[in-house]
Design a protein around this ligand. Sequence first.
Ligand SMILES: Nc1c(NC[C@H](O)[C@H](O)[C@H](O)CO)[nH]c(=O)[nH]c1=O
Ligand SMILES: CC(=O)[C@@H](O)COP(=O)(O)O
Length: 233
Amino acid sequence: MALFASTDCFLPSHQTQLASRHHHGHDVVDSRSTILHLHRAPQGARSLSFSFSGQGCQPHIALERKDRLSVVQTAAVRQLIGSVTRTQGLRFAVVVARFNEIVTKQLLEGALGAFKNYAVQDEDIDVVWVPGSFEIGVVAERLGKSCKYHAILCIGAVIRGDTSHYDAVANSAASGVLSAGINSGVPCIFGVLTCENMEQALNRAGGKSGNKGAETALTAIEMASLFEHHLKQ
Ligand SMILES: Nc1c(NC[C@H](O)[C@H](O)[C@H](O)CO)[nH]c(=O)[nH]c1=O
Ligand SMILES: CC(=O)[C@@H](O)COP(=O)(O)O
């Protein structure tokens, strides 16, 4: 029986016996309850056949055209995740708000420390200062669209005052960063604190609640890696 799989299919070696199962164009469950998703391949598609040696699958191209029904078999669910350790060649921009600078400087320091710890080179990081968190989104979008960076980390600190100004700035910062990512196609990471008071903010900028700048730098690395290593178009 011939089996056909797409080029990006992979089978862990412990599932090699799945390859010898019969199929009828439907999901089937093998004796160990592994679901095989079987799909009709496009008519006349050139197919790949796989041989199994117990060491994983070795694809080799079947030379004949298959005009009858063939299937694409996926015996393992592929899971894609960015790696924080594969940082070579990844470039980052950090957009930092000057407002509440006593906090944002600490967040930036945390972020730069995390980049360093994960082997991101200084020359692969650009830091761009803006007046306040409200201004972050438009700058992040411009940087994203420049195609120079794999991720943009956005840092700010919005601290509640007496009026509703806080809500406007905090919400605008969040939606600005979100839009920047969606519109540019480059991950834009939200490292903007939204706090009730200065104490809360300082606690999150290297105080007793850690440093959100460092945490969000890791998010930036993971997302940059996900896009670069798995989702590249
Ligand atoms: N109140 C905070 C601001 N306000 C300033 C705005 O972000 C903006 O710069 C101004 O409205 C001009 O457009 N910014 C923060 O980052 N944090 C605040 O708590
Ligand atoms: C959002 C703020 O922290 C501040 O600039 C506005 O304060 P207020 O609401 O007291 O005018």
